[in-house]
Write a protein that binds this ligand. Structure first.
Ligand code: NAP
Length: 293
């Protein structure tokens, strides 16, 4: 079995690394802020002092950090992966970042004879815990085949979607569709509440029809309760829409709903709700509709 290094033990990374440990992969982990590896140590993982040390001890390095500059820091910063990694290694980046930054990182690592696949994930914190993620992979076919058994431990649907950066572009599409779905569900829930309907019954009734969605099934409860525990941080979805809107500007696509959702999320972040689950877009619709915020 390949030795795996896992960098970034946040909501997603910690759960994904735990699934790799349970599958029997020899694992070395690292997180920028110490103290996140206790559970993983119980599962047999070792802990490295910095990404270079983890990379030197691994055949495959998986990354799950927040944004493009963070992936660049982990790869190419001081004591970064590039300082420790051996030729012939593979990097799997599960973070959601810019397709262009991904492509540049892949070019830089190729100079060290290291492959990088972008493998952003969808399916929420539940998907990370239950290993049911959907994963979109960009990169060379041979690198994908090497990454595939590892990714199949983390998710149910693993698709090679094209060359370097394509996984991130597909993830941008995913986040644009989610923006519309979250806003649509939030508007429907608030309309039901304002109309005096039994909202729980409405959600159940709609579940079998054309308005059915993952968001309706899994996030409408939070919107009804006006309570938004994590989840997926609003600030991270705002970051993803920034990536999608930049891609749209590059290719000449017009995304009015994504732009609106980005603006509402900017408001939530400004009001201090950036760490709430992104179902908190319902908070803004509530407020505009005269319900308690
Ligand atoms: P999170 O809980 O906020 O964790 C972020 C992780 O990134 C932490 O381990 C953090 O380390 C690390 N990090 C951030 N900046 C760093 C830097 N400059 N150098 C080193 N480490 C850094 O976020 P998450 O929810 O796990 O999300 C991680 C990625 O998965 C994001 O790209 C997100 O968009 C994507 N994603 C998330 C979900 C979800 O439902 N949560 C779903 C799909 C995809 P510290 O502990 O030191 O801050």
């Amino acid at each position: 079995m390949e030795r795996i290094g896992f960098l970034g033990l946040g909501t997603m990374g910690a759960a994904m690394a735990a699934n790799l440990a349970r599958a029997g992969y020899p694992l070395t982990v690292w997180n920028r802020t110490p103290g996140r590896a206790a559970e993983l140590r119980k599962l047999g993982a070792k802990e490295g002092d910095h990404p270079a040390e983890v990379a030197a001890a691994s055949d495959v390095v998986a990354i799950c950090v927040s944004d493009s500059p963070d992936v660049e820091a982990v790869l190419f910063g001081e004591h970064g992966v590039a300082e420790g990694i051996k030729a012939g290694s593979l990097v799997i980046d599960c973070s959601t970042i810019s397709p262009a930054v991904t492509w540049q990182a892949a070019q830089r690592l190729a100079r060290q004879e290291v492959d990088l696949v972008d493998a952003p994930v969808s399916g929420g914190s539940e998907g990370a815990q239950k290993a049911t993620l959907t994963i979109f992979v960009g990169g060379e076919p041979a690198a994908f085949e090497r990454a595939r058994p590892i990714l199949e431990v983390l998710g149910k649907t693993v698709t090679h979607v094209g060359p370097s950066g394509s996984g991130q572009a597909v993830k941008a599409v995913n986040q644009v569709i989610l923006a519309g779905t979250y806003l649509g569900v939030a508007e429907g829930i608030i309309l039901a509440m304002k109309s005096g309907l039994d909202v729980e019954q409405v959600v159940e009734a709609l579940g079998g029809g054309a308005a059915q969605s993952w968001v309706l099934a899994n996030r409408s409860g939070r919107m009804i309760a006006n309570d938004y525990p994590l989840g997926f941080k609003t600030s991270l979805h705002r970051k993803d829409l920034g990536i999608a809107l930049a891609l749209a500007a590059e290719v000449g696509a017009t995304l009015p709903v994504a732009a609106l959702c980005a603006q509402l999320e900017t408001g939530l972040v400004t009001q201090g709700h950036g760490d709430d689950d992104m179902s908190a877009v319902a908070r803004t619709i509530r407020e505009l509709s005269g319900l308690e915020a």
